[in-house]
Design a protein around this ligand. Sequence first.
Ligand code: LLP
Length: 432
Amino acid sequence: MHDFRYVGKRLFCEGVAVQTLAEKFGTPLYVYSQRTLTRHFQKLDQALAPLDHLVCFAMKSNSNLAVLRTMADLGGGFDIVSGGELQRVIAAGGDPSRCVFAGVGKTVEEIEFALRRGIYSFNVESEPELHRINQVAARLKKRAPVAVRVNPNVSAKTHSKITTGTYENKFGIAFENIEGVYSRARKLKNLWLRGVQMHIGSQITEARPFELAVRKVLPLVAQLKAAHGLEFFSIGGGLGIVYDPALASGTPEWWRSAAAKKVLTPATYAARLVPLLKPLGLKILIEPGRFISGNAGILVTRVEYVKRTGKKNFLIVDAAMNDLIRPAFYDAYHEIVPLTRKGGAQVSSDVVGPICESGDYFCKNRPLPKLGEGDAIALLSAGAYGSVMGSNYNARALPVEVLVNGRRFAAVRTRQAVAKIWADEKTAPWQK
Ligand code: LLP
């Protein structure tokens, strides 16, 4: 469910015509619906109501300050993966004591910063990291709250680049070794064994992998709770969304089979997991990113040229893989719709960007309405892992981001000035 829909022939975000935004701010342009963000957060929050719980928004999916503020105002916490993300939370008015810090490569500086700011927990990914956190905490005369990330070795049946819960991945500590790790960690005086964490992957569209993983680690978690007095269990993020309701041809097989399943609703997710988790008597954290932000955003772009070759109809648009890398990187499917609905026959089209790489495309051989120069289109479900994965490749400025609330809208990120792209660079002293 999201708040992008046609009213008559025009695509709206909540109460605002997207065309109005495209004209006012130019393209490429990200548009976010605050109502969708809020509804998705609340649905999950309410589904978990029978448990003492905290929804920690995985801000790697969308870290715009206005999005973070929306989450903070709803009472959410944050799943962060760098010192920079913690600084963003603080800049957005969020509360560090509701942040969990994940990631396999935390630096001494990041650990020190997070400790000084009083985060809720470090989600620890290796024993050397436990020792490092203990040392930093000792220097600061603090006790660092930690949770070890269990790798349950359960396949999440998703794209290989976003699966994390098997021993093929760099994440977490193997299930079999966890008890030993906690016993050794307990001897480290400046650690506070506060919880345990897991995360099996992303864009998971069935409840089953979550259920299997929870069932597998549950006895271990209960044992750890008894032995070390843990306070929380984080079951990670990963709830998938529907990218392709029409199941158009040309969608990669793994993506199509994921989308073919019914939407995984918070109600289904909770119905399977709450009965398992409730008897544990621990605070339950979840770390959803895509589920909250994915369908809350679109990327708007304009057709610059129509190029017909003998074989292809290329729509060359003003957005590129630097603005939204998911199709190039994961073969991801994003539904594409015109801002003004068109009738008539569909044309098999490739929507491509201006970057000098053949990977710079948004779709291939997709039946789309006949579009011409100047027509604007929207790539749907671009609110998660869209703008955050943007880059300045080809010296392209980062796009505008707009937040809509009812009939109100505001640029929550202005278009980057081109000269800012190289503002931190200079020539070497020996270059005249
Ligand atoms: N918790 C941990 C420890 C994670 O590693 C992740 C995502 C999440 C939570 C949130 O997962 P979500 O609820 O959003 O599925 N760039 C990729 C997705 C990478 C996900 C990385 N970790 C994409 O565009 O599909």
